[in-house]
Design a protein around this ligand. Structure first.
Ligand code: TRP
Length: 334
């Protein structure tokens, strides 16, 4: 028997992968792979809740998969796959739709936000997005789901749906716990440090892409917004320090140094020196990831083999859950 706890997580293939995505999620997934049995998927089915260009979606799906591997998620140790390759997600999603209330879905913050930002396309999938996400997690009996703070409400509804279902049919689903990995860092925009670093920022100086050239990274960090105090000190909650807090968060994540030791390292130095050090740390950290990403880009056959094997392994687990669920709810076995 395997006594390791199981982890499920995933990200949507929504374009440029930023340093924020990496530090906020992928880097902690890499850390978790040694202690847990992990499944990491590319959530392409969630992406179509917003209109996508087909060729772009296909490309981004593969790009994200490559990025997972390049960042150090080992395809031998983990199950890496593409959500739409495993039909069980849609199958369980539909069943769970019938055990989820309109009322609880209409309270979801992300739905309310996205209805505003995509007012011309408030489709039913956008509304039931959290149900598909619940299916993703429950299919694999995941114990733990590492997510960012913005996804915690979705974990809550997943637990509610699973508990409701179990209340009717017995212990079918494991009730998962969401958690925010300690190692995960929330990275803010370099230009508006009160906002999360986002690839949809119209100003590319606000974010660092994992594929930016070293000189571009350095330029972006050097033009990051700071303050006029000139002291490299982390002050939680101090708005005026938001820029420095953010650069310190990045530097700390890259070097493993604590905030205090960063302060002593740069005492008596100006922001210029500090920014150069941050830029160098980021460039050096990303360099091997970039190299591996480029190498993978020229090895289509290998990638194909990874996602096919991943889908098979995932499907074997997922289908068992669907079969149990179908039986419980009274579907005639074929
Ligand atoms: N909704 C998540 C996000 O946008 C992505 C996601 C879909 C996910 N299904 C999941 C994350 C299941 C964790 C578990 O970040």
């Amino acid at each position: 028997m395997n006594e390791k706890l199981r982890i499920f997580s995933g990200a949507q293939p929504s374009g440029t992968i930023t340093l924020g995505n990496y530090l906020g999620a992928i880097k902690s997934w890499v850390d978790l792979q040694n202690d847990y049995e992990c499944l990491y998927a590319v959530m392409d089915m969630h992406s179509i809740t917003v209109r996508q260009n087909p060729a772009e979606l296909r490309k981004r799906t593969l790009d994200l998969l490559k990025m997972y591997i390049a960042c150090g998620i080992d395809p031998e140790k983990n199950i890496i796959f593409v959500q739409s390759h495993v039909p069980s997600h849609a199958q369980l999603g539909w069943v769970l739709d019938c055990y989820t209330y309109m009322g609880e879905l209409s309270r979801m913050t992300q739905f309310k936000d996205k209805s505003k930002s995509h007012a011309d396309n408030i489709n039913a999938g956008l509304f039931t997005y959290p149900v598909l996400m619940a299916a993703d997690i429950l299919l694999y009996g995941a114990d733990l789901v590492p997510v960012g703070k913005d996804q915690m409400q979705h974990i809550e509804i997943c637990r509610d749906i699973a508990t409701r279902f179990n209340g009717i049919y017995g212990d079918v689903f494991k009730i998962p716990d969401g958690f925010m990995p300690k190692a995960g860092a929330k990275v803010m925009s370099l230009q508006e440090p009160s906002k999360k670093m986002s690839k949809s920022d119209p100003n590319p100086k606000g974010y660092i892409s994992m594929l930016d050239e070293p000189n571009v990274i350095a330029k972006k960090i050097k033009s990051a917004v700071t303050d006029s105090e000139g002291v490299v000190e982390y002050r939680e909650g101090d708005e005026t320090k938001a820029g420095i807090n953010n650069l310190m968060t990045i530097y700390s994540a890259m070097t493993g140094s604590s905030m205090d030791s960063i302060t002593s390292e740069f005492s008596g130095h100006g922001y210029g020196d500090f920014k150069s050090a941050v830029a160098e740390a980021v460039v050096e950290h990303i360099r091997p990831i970039r190299e591996e990403y480029d190498r993978l880009s020229s090895d289509k056959a290998y990638l194909e083999q990874i996602y096919k094997a991943g889908a098979e392994k995932a499907e074997a687990i997922a289908w068992k859950t669907v079969r149990t669920v179908y039986k419980k709810i009274g579907f005639l076995a074929r």
